[in-house]
Ligand binder design. Structure first.
Ligand code: G6P
Length: 368
């Protein structure tokens, strides 16, 4: 995890490849064979989690997208109400503070001005407690929060965040389990979730072997001006993050939509000049997603699908499919993020942009 590019052409590529290792680092000391090790979350963790009845997540950029994934997990698995908001909006609107709400800020740097200001504001408003999921131990967010769950991504140099995002997702799964256990999540379910986390580094290493096929796929994007990223359910924020990566480093305009919303607008944009990327694990929304994608194909849109082996997708006219081995649903958002990172990376390289330092963007935005 040295801050050196080593054999890689760009920091971003190095950081993408580091993910299996840094996820292992983020899990170390936080899980046993079949349980989370809650004491590792901090001295006050037990007391704070015991009284938490709701969660308010605040973040910016990529970290906001991990918050969006967390909303699906915290409400869907832990059964705890969870709201997510970008910090620059949260800090300037009037909102209702529910009793016993835990504020969770998510940030790679721990210094993002809006997130920090939102935390400071929240502390004056009667929230029960504050927690940060953060990658920099000496940062302001860590110092100013009651609890800190550190991601162990190591220094992230590429402006476009990669390993910070996936380690945040791992931390958020741990938080989901901690809250879920107070809300009826069984020991069996906890063991099953922890076992999925143990499998994750190995699964990610396998997904990284798709790199060459993804590089080939990227050729179809280099001369395009727009792209649409689709997902459903917890994969929608994965699609949001995929679109953000492409925008940031290749300067191709990219938008993400939950696939069910296509018919309410974006379908009007679909033609052969608009590549459409979809993430399609084998989940309960697969059939719905498939019919959404058929609507796209019927309108001449070219599809690029990252799909589970058993999802029944295959490459053909107007559709390129890259298949992934079946993965436990809990970790699917983390797994399906990797091919989207690689896709943007290769498109940017083809376009010759400054991958690690995209124009107009900064790694850490410490002024408003
Ligand atoms: C900047 C970076 C993004 C990052 C965002 C939030 O915009 O370019 O990669 O996601 O800030 O940063 P944070 O450090 O709070 O996660």
């Amino acid at each position: 995890k040295s801050a050196d590019k080593g054999q890689y052409r760009h920091y971003m590529l190095k950081e993408i490849y580091e993910q299996p290792e840094v996820i292992k680092d983020t899990l170390r000391g936080r899980i046993s064979k079949d349980k989370i090790l809650e004491q590792a979350f901090g001295a006050q963790a037990k007391e704070i989690f015991d009284k938490t009845k709701a969660v308010q997540i605040i973040a910016c950029g990529t970290s906001y997208h991990s918050g969006m994934v967390a909303k699906y997990l915290i409400e869907g698995i832990a059964g705890v109400p969870c709201r997510v908001e970008v910090a620059s909006e949260f800090r300037y609107r009037k909102f209702v503070v529910q009793d016993d709400t835990l504020i969770v800020t998510i940030s790679q740097s721990g210094e993002t001005a809006d997130t920090l200001a939102a935390l400071r504001l929240a502390k004056t408003l009667g929230y029960a407690a504050t927690m940060t999921i953060c990658n920099v131990a000496q940062s302001s967010l860590v110092r100013e929060s009651d609890l800190a769950l550190m991601t162990e991504a190591g220094p992230e140099v590429g402006v476009a965040s990669t390993k910070a995002f996936t380690t945040q997702l791992v931390a958020l799964v741990l938080l989901t389990i901690a809250l879920g256990k107070r809300n009826g999540l069984s020991a069996e379910k906890e063991a099953e979730m922890v076992s999925s986390l143990h499998q994750l580094p190995q699964i990610l290493s396998e997904v990284l072997t798709l790199d060459q096929s993804i590089e080939k796929m990227s050729e179809a994007f280099a001369d395009k001006h727009n792209a649409l990223f689709l997902g459903r359910g917890v994969q929608w924020p994965v699609a949001m993050e995929g679109a953000l990566k492409l925008k940031e480093i290749s300067y191709i305009h990219a938008e993400s939509y939950p696939a069910g919303e296509l018919k309410h607008g974006p379908l009007a944009l679909v033609d052969s000049e608009m590549p459409i990327v979809a993430v399609a694990p084998n989940d309960e929304l697969l059939e719905k997603l498939k019919s959404n994608l058929e609507e796209v194909q019927a309108r001449g849109g070219e599809l690029f699908v990252f799909a589970d082996n058993n999802s029944g997708f295959s490459s053909g006219d107007g559709i390129t499919v890259i298949k992934l081995a079946p993965v436990p649903e809990l970790i699917a958002p983390i797994v399906y993020t990797i091919p989207l990172q690689l896709l943007s990376y290769h498109v940017a390289v083809l376009k010759g942009t400054d991958v690690d330092q995209p124009r107009n963007l900064a790694k850490s935005v410490t002024v408003e």
